[in-house]
Design a protein around this ligand. Structure first.
Ligand SMILES: [Zn+2]
Ligand SMILES: [Zn+2]
Ligand SMILES: [Zn+2]
Ligand SMILES: [Zn+2]
Length: 358
């Protein structure tokens, strides 16, 4: 067998295993919650490893060990942990996990470790129900992010499994039933908050009408689902097409109009905030309006707008920054600048050091 064929087969094997573990985890939830958590955790790790393998086989091997082709093909190797995988996805594959994704995966890992070491099957019925509810919340939000990565950011890696991924999605969503009690209990609180002016949408993770948003547009805020805890950076703008509906961006630079369905991406956000900002500047005193800036997170050119004082949003990757600076070497404005940008440059130039080297 050729060397290049083996990683491809192992890669497929890893993805199939990940999906298999997910399926098991869903089936085991009620009868064997302990195994459900363990298998769910294994599935997350395998998906991250598969993504790393699609880059290069050595990336799944623990940084503490020497990569060895023989050992790898025999499956005798120590593989990366969740944290190590996350670091490599960011640093090497340049396709990292966001804070929320990582946080939600870490919660599963933590729970898994507790289950392995401290779980006792004999518990009261009430404690058992609460445990299952806690697991469902955790799995729904971890899946929300995982599924989003597999069908979005990493779709080239996982496109062959699109069908299976959608089937798992449907099955996992049936678990939503376990959270019905939580939703029922929250109803009075939700009604109270509606009367205070909050708006509740259907949560994209747990499916209940418990996703709380303030009634405001053109500003960045954090939504929060009262049932499953999902929270995201959001911004609501008037539809640029029909001017009747609104487009709600949640965590990513894509949104659909609530009325005409028109698809919005980062360009509408960019245009809106740059126009508003420039108009505001002109009224004030003219001067130099530096926006849009370059994004130091995703390295996109001129995509960052000012949405409020000290709130700079990238309309491409949706990262929010509270500062920006001017590169000491190339004079371009960007977020995420290092202290000695004159010497080290920014994401867009190599600075003085790079100049000297040539
Ligand atoms: Zn929810
Ligand atoms: Zn519209
Ligand atoms: Zn960006
Ligand atoms: Zn620069």
């Amino acid at each position: 067998m050729s060397k290049s064929k083996i990683p491809q087969e192992m890669f497929q094997h890893v993805v199939n295993n990940a999906l298999d573990f997910l399926g098991q985890s869903i089936a085991e939830l009620q009868q064997k919650p302990k195994y459900s958590v363990i298998h769910f955790h294994a599935a997350i790790e395998l998906v991250l490893k598969a993504r790393l393998m699609s880059e290069h086989w050595t990336l799944v091997i623990s940084p503490k060990k020497q990569a060895d082709w023989q050992e790898f093909t025999q499956g005798k190797f120590v593989s990366v942990t969740l944290e190590e995988a996350a670091t490599r996805l960011e640093k090497v594959a340049q396709s990292g996990l966001g804070d929320k994704q990582l946080k939600s995966f870490r919660a599963v890992t933590k729970h898994r470790n507790q289950m392995v070491h401290f779980y006792h099957a004999a518990e009261t019925e009430q404690a058992g129900i609460q445990r299952i509810q806690a697991i469902v919340k955790e799995q729904l939000s971890a899946w929300y992010f995982l599924h989003d990565l597999m069908l979005g950011q990493w779709k080239d890696t996982f496109k062959e499994w699109k069908q299976e991924i959608s089937e798992i999605d449907a099955k996992l969503r049936e678990h939503h039933e376990f959270l019905k009690v939580v939703f029922e209990e929250l109803k009075p609180k939700i009604e109270e908050q509606v009367s205070e002016g909050y708006i509740f949408h259907t949560c994209p993770s747990c499916g209940f009408e418990s996703d709380r948003h303030p009634d405001e547009s053109d500003s960045l805020y954090e939504s929060k689902c009262l049932v499953c805890g999902l929270n995201e950076q959001c911004i609501l703008i008037e539809c640029t097409e029909c001017e009747e509906g609104e487009a709600l961006y949640r965590g990513i630079a894509e949104a659909e109009c609530s009325s005409c369905g028109h698809h919005h991406d980062g360009s509408q956000l960019l245009e809106k905030f740059v126009d508003d900002g420039a108009a505001h500047m002109a009224v004030k005193d003219g001067g130099n309006y530096p926006f849009p800036l370059n994004c130091g997170e995703c390295m996109c050119y001129e995509t960052v707008v000012e949405v409020a004082d000290s709130q700079y949003l990238c309309t491409e990757c949706f990262a929010v920054s509270d500062t920006y600076g001017v590169c000491g070497w190339c004079n371009d404005e960007s977020t995420n600048l290092s202290e000695d940008s004159y010497w080290r440059g920014c994401e867009f130039c190599d600075g003085r050091a790079g100049w000297d080297k040539d």
